[in-house]
Design a protein around this ligand. Structure first.
Ligand code: HEM
Length: 399
């Protein structure tokens, strides 16, 4: 079964959520219990964590394993949105070796350490001038297209893929193909072939980037290098594009919130935390398996239980965020779980914060009169599987 066991039975995970308005069923569940039963597509039953404190407890507890082989359907692909198509032996080995989302403990730490340097707060700040330049260029493209332009296609997606290529070290002459393969999708083999070209280029011409770091790391195998790069190319890119476009919709739907930022763009960094909380993309993060009996709040889950944390629900928990369904750019939203938490918390979150800061700052500064023309965000859609996330949609804006 494709995506098993990460797919959810839609009858138990509500399908009527939209990115700015989660299904009311989450609030009902939170009221009832911190943990509710959840059916997975292969038929087995686990639990969904609905409340903030319990969600944080699971994400930070090493007794929950992220290894897919612990799941009932052990041979499942582990990545969200795994593209179709056959893959050569080297590619298969790479994806098995480098996907840090599927490792626990020391093997996970070893791989994660190989990439964290380029995603630290300091490194993200170093990239800020280039990110600001990319944002400024894309804003000109949006403005040139004229009122009614699609902010997702002309602004959010190009910013995310260009910054991704910059930080990873994908050479400029490969950028168009990289964007094509990873934004619009391509067979798995084609994606791996492109990464091999990008790696070969950096072998000849090293720089200050992730690929060059990985190549200089004698501790890593070629398969791990390719696997890490593929995993990094699959993660983070669509999430940043989603957050720029969804955050814009949320701000324009509540024009007073947008106006506050136009009056004082210095408020944007704090507002980013609230936007990320309010527009949380992961209805569920990657499922975990309890490696022993674990008590969460007042419930004990048995060893072997599959546990999915709903970041969307946790970030709308009224116990942690008063009046949670209101976007409030003046709120202190730090501590939200939109980037996950614990050992698998988002590697790229400092970089993402800089991208979002620059992207929203440019909009409120250059287009203070921006309005929403139309968006498809309000139409509920089937959740993207295998991990349940929202997907970005066109956002037509005027100014
Ligand atoms: C607004 C943008 C982003 C959001 C909302 C986001 C969200 C998340 C979440 C929720 C997780 C945890 C998943 C889990 O625990 O099951 C995660 C992990 C991860 N993210 Fe992000 N992410 C974003 C940007 C990025 C960027 C820019 C990168 C850089 C390439 C990135 C790379 C990763 C990686 C590698 C992991 C796995 C970490 C591990 O397993 O140790 N993300 N992200």
């Amino acid at each position: 079964m494709t995506g098993c066991p990460f797919g959810h039975d839609q009858s138990t995970l509500p399908g009527d959520s939209t990115p700015t308005r989660p299904s009311p069923r989450f609030a009902t569940w939170r009221e009832e219990a911190a943990l509710v039963p959840l059916h997975y597509r292969d038929g087995h039953e686990g639990v969904l964590v609905t409340r903030y404190d319990e969600a944080k407890a699971v994400l930070t507890d090493p007794r929950f394993s992220q290894q897919p082989q612990r799941m009932p359907c052990a041979d499942a692909p582990i990545e969200a949105g795994v593209p179709p198509g056959p893959l050569d032996e080297a590619g298969l080995l790479a994806d098995r070796s480098g996907n840090i989302l599927g490792f626990d403990g020391a093997p996970h730490v070893r791989l994660r350490r190989a990439v964290t340097r380029r995603f630290s707060g300091r490194s993200a700040r170093t990239h800020r001038p280039r990110i600001a330049a990319i944002v400024a260029e894309q804003l000109e493209v949006l403005i040139d297209a004229g009122p009614g332009a699609d902010l997702l296609a002309l602004y959010a997606e190009p910013i995310s893929i260009r910054v991704h290529a910059l930080v990873l070290g994908v050479a400029d002459h490969l950028l168009d193909r990289y964007a094509q393969d990873y934004v619009h999708g391509a067979p798995l083999q084609q994606q791996h072939d492109l990464l091999r070209e990008a790696v070969a280029h950096r072998r000849e011409d090293p720089g200050e980037d992730v690929i060059s770091d990985l190549l200089a790391n004698d501790d890593l195998t070629d398969a791990e290098v390719e696997g890490l790069l593929h995993m990094l190319s699959m993660s983070g890119r669509d999430t940043v594009a989603y957050m720029i476009s969804t955050g814009t919709v949320a701000l324009l739907e509540d024009p007073e919130q947008y106006r506050l930022l136009t009056q004082d763009p210095e408020m944007v960094p704090a507002a980013v935390e609230e936007i990320v909380r309010f527009c949380t993309m992961f209805l569920t993060v990657f499922p975990r398996t309890a490696t022993e009996a674990v008590t969460i709040g007042d419930v004990t889950v048995e060893s072997g239980t599959t546990v999915s944390v709903s970041a969307v629900s946790a970030n709308r928990d009224e116990r942690r965020f008063p009046d949670p369904d209101r976007l409030d750019v003046l709120r202190d939203a730090r501590g939200h779980l939109a980037f996950g938490d614990g050992p698998h918390g988002c590697v790229g979150q400092q970089l993402a914060r800089v991208e979002l800061d620059e992207a929203f700052r440019a909009l409120v500064t250059r287009l203070p009169g921006m309005r929403l023309v139309s968006t498809e965000y309000h139409r509920p859609t089937p959740l993207a599987n295998p991990v349940a996330t929202y997907a970005a949609r066109p956002v037509l804006v005027s100014w």
